[in-house]
Design a protein around this ligand. Sequence first.
Ligand SMILES: Cc1ncc(COP(=O)(O)O)c(C=O)c1O
Length: 461
Amino acid sequence: MASTEHAVETQPGVLQELARRHLWMHFTRMSAYADHEIPIIVRGEGCYVYDEHGKRYLDGLSSLFCVNIGHGRADIVQAGADQAAELGFFTNWSYAHPRAIELAARIASLAPGDLNRVFFTSGGSEAVESALKLARQYFKVTGKPNKTKLIAREVAYHGTSLGALSATGITALREPFEPLVPGGCHVPNTNTYRLPTGVTEEWLAESIAEKIEFEGPDTVAAVILEPVQNAGGCFTPPEGYFQRVREICDQYDVLLISDEVICAWGRLGEWFGAQRYGYQPDIITTAKGLTSAYAPMGAMIASDRLAEPFLQGTNSFTHGFTFAGHPVCAAIALANLDAFEREGVIENVRSNEPVFREMLDSLRDLPIVGDVRGAGYFHAIELVKNQQTKESFSDEESETLLRGFLSGELYRRGLICRADDRGDPVIQLSPPLIAGPEQFEEIEQILRPILIEAGERMLVA
Ligand SMILES: Cc1ncc(COP(=O)(O)O)c(C=O)c1O
């Protein structure tokens, strides 16, 4: 740490050069940094982070929906350090250790219904991968070996490992890696702002039943859905959607996986997104906010019913990852959850969600703002060419708007958020769960003039 600070202080530009030469950034067009600086974040505190020049930014995306408790929490780091001194690492392959046991029990106590069995992973893709493999093996051991297919939603993101990618419904991410794991099928998402003509909100859940019938109920293992779908811009479920999906899954003996890599740990004002919408999944996949990203950790939380066959005779879930359940990560997760409870972090989201929403809704007077949607501290603003007709931007215009202007300008003016066009162009905001009216006001003060300028540049009607 000291040597990094030294390099930054005494040799400005060194980190830039080293990053350009050696660091392979994820999902990043690295050529974009040929003629301007790579943003290098060196420090964080609360809702704010600081770059290598000491400039402050409001972290309006919780560092990719991760740092739910906020930055710079020495107490959470300390829990990891204490654990490392006591037992730096031991595996969950045939062994257990106290922190993994305590964390599994804690998660089970918070998770809805009979989701009592926790299989740790190192991140979200691994959690999704584990859920897909559990679904397949569960049906094999219970005498339905042909149930292997998976139904997910269009434009949804469920991770990048090949299994998880077969669930991801974003063509541009899938295409470079085809052929994917077979069996991934997709149905419409809950983009109610752009419902195709003739399609009702009620049909969105029915489309899952139709897909199961089309594929053959004996071949479908699971449906994977986020409580609020991130990619495309925070699509919330219509009233009754998940209740109907639950019925459909029961009818066809298909498992319901709630992918809560983002939506758990207070993001929607509850421990789990399924609790916000009142449904009971068979599996929850999660990561990110579990440790507030002070250490990498994910989990697949399965129901007693799914675990039961694996508790018999010679059966075992033949799957695992070396680092999963790492004691340092587990200790950090426990300290994170302690802080959540002690400091009323989830209550903060509940009481401030209306203020956050009101601020975002106040931007609707700008012609470029087509829709504002989301739940909890997880919202998106969809940008349009024409508010009345909902006309969207062409791919080329979207490129000019998002990458040519918004991303850079928001960052330049001190707001980190996401300008994204995996569906129609949106700006996503997902601040740390400790944020409140002061941060919302700051977001508005930065966002409003930028959206005005964006509208002028794009000749929005
Ligand atoms: C819903 C969802 N599932 C899975 C993943 C993959 O998680 P990870 O990047 O930790 O592998 C993500 C990541 O953002 C996600 O949002």
